[in-house]
Write a protein that binds this ligand. Structure first.
Ligand SMILES: Nc1ncnc2c1ncn2[C@@H]1O[C@H](COP(=O)(O)OP(=O)(O)OP(=O)(O)O)[C@@H](O)[C@H]1O
Ligand SMILES: [Mg+2]
Length: 278
C-alpha cells in the first residue's frame, strides 16, 4: 500500500507512523490510522499480527518505539501516567483478557472504574447509573451476581456495561465476540451498534469474526505481519484483490502455510484405539 500521510487533526484518535519493537522483534511497522469520530472502525487480521498491541497504543498502555498518538489533536503517547489516567476516563475498554474481577459482584465491577476516578457523593445516583448501564446491555437485575455464576456472553455484556460506565467518547473492544455462540455473538454485535448510536461513541473493534466485522463496521482495516494491507468499507474488503485478504476473510490456509505444515508434520508412531479408554 502507498504510504499515507496522516495528520493529528485527521480524526478524533490518530496513530501516526507507529512502529513497535519488542527487543529485536518488529511487531508494528509504520502504522498510520486516523479514526473518525462517531464511526465504527474494525481491525482484522491473523493471530499475532499486532492487533492487540496496536489497540493498546491507542490508550497508551504500550508506547511506540517510533511515531505518535494523538487524541483530539493533542499528543498523548509521551504523557506521564498520572496525566494519562484523566485522559483514559474518556475511553471505555473491553479487553480480550479484560475479565471481570471475580471477587466483586456485577455491581461492584461496574462501580469500580467510577470510584477510581471520582469521589462518590451520591450513592443513589450511582446505583441508578449502574441500573441504566446494565439495562442497556440487557443485564439489569444481575447487580448482586458474582462473575462465576454468569455465562460467557453475560460476562461480556457486563464488561460492556463497565466500559460505558463513564460515558466514554471512545470505546475500544478487543475480540468482543470470541468464544461466544453465533446467537450471543449477534447480541453483542447489536449492542455495539446500539451503544454507538445511543452514545454517539467512536468505536474501535478488533475481531477475527468477519460476520461481526461486516455487520458493525463503517471501515475495516486489515493488518498482516504488523502492516496495513487493506483499508476500506465492507465491500472494498470483500472484493479485495490481495490473496492474503481473500484467504483471511474466507478462513482459508494459504498454499505456503499448508506446505510448511506438511513438511513439519509429525507422524505418530502409536495410535490410540477406542479400547485404550475403556
Ligand atoms: N509485551 C510483549 N513483549 C513481547 N512481545 C509481545 C508483547 N506483547 C505482544 N507481543 C508480541 O507481539 C505480537 C503481536 O501480538 P498481539 O497480541 O498484538 O497479536 P494479535 O494480533 O492481537 O493476535 P490475536 O488475534 O491472537 O489476539 C505477538 O507475536 C506477541 O508475541
Ligand atoms: Mg489480540
Amino acid at each position: 500500500m502507498p504510504r499515507k500521510i496522516v495528520k493529528p487533526e485527521d480524526g478524533i484518535l490518530v496513530a501516526q507512523n507507529i512502529t513497535k519493537q519488542f527487543g529485536e522483534r518488529v511487531v508494528l511497522e509504520n502504522i498510520s490510522i486516523a479514526i473518525e469520530k462517531a464511526k465504527t472502525t474494525v481491525i482484522i487480521g491473523p493471530s499475532g499480527c499486532g492487533k492487540t498491541v496496536f489497540m493498546k497504543h491507542l490508550i497508551v498502555l504500550e508506547r511506540p518505539t517510533e511515531g505518535s498518538v494523538y487524541f483530539k489533536g493533542e499528543r498523548i503517547d509521551d504523557k506521564e501516567e498520572h496525566r494519562l489516567a484523566k485522559i483514559r476516563t474518556q475511553f471505555g475498554f473491553c479487553f480480550q483478557m479484560g475479565a471481570l474481577f471475580d471477587s466483586l459482584t456485577v455491581y461492584e465491577n461496574i462501580t469500580f472504574p467510577v470510584e477510581q476516578h471520582y469521589k462518590i457523593k451520591d450513592y443513589k445516583a450511582l446505583a441508578d447509573t449502574v441500573k441504566q448501564k446494565l439495562a442497556m446491555v440487557g443485564m439489569d437485575g444481575f447487580q448482586n451476581y458474582y462473575p462465576a455464576s454468569l455465562s460467557g456472553g453475560q460476562k461480556k455484556r457486563v464488561s460492556l456495561a463497565r466500559a460505558i460506565a463513564l460515558n466514554p467518547e471512545i470505546i475500544l473492544y478487543d475480540e468482543p465476540t470470541t468464544g461466544l455462540d453465533p446467537i450471543t455473538s449477534d447480541v453483542i454485535n447489536e449492542l455495539i451498534i446500539k451503544l454507538q448510536k445511543e452514545l454517539a461513541a467512536t468505536s474501535v473493534v478488533v475481531t477475527h469474526d468477519m460476520k461481526s466485522a461486516y455487520k458493525i463496521a463503517d471501515r475495516i482495516i486489515m493488518f498482516h505481519k504488523g502492516r496495513i494491507i487493506a483499508d476500506g468499507d465492507a465491500d472494498h474488503i470483500r472484493n479485495h484483490p490481495h490473496d492474503v485478504v481473500q484467504q483471511f476473510i474466507h478462513g482459508k490456509v494459504s498454499e505456503a502455510e499448508l506446505a510448511a505444515l506438511r513438511l513439519g508434520g509429525t507422524k505418530f508412531e502409536t495410535q490410540f484405539l477406542p479400547e485404550d479408554f475403556e
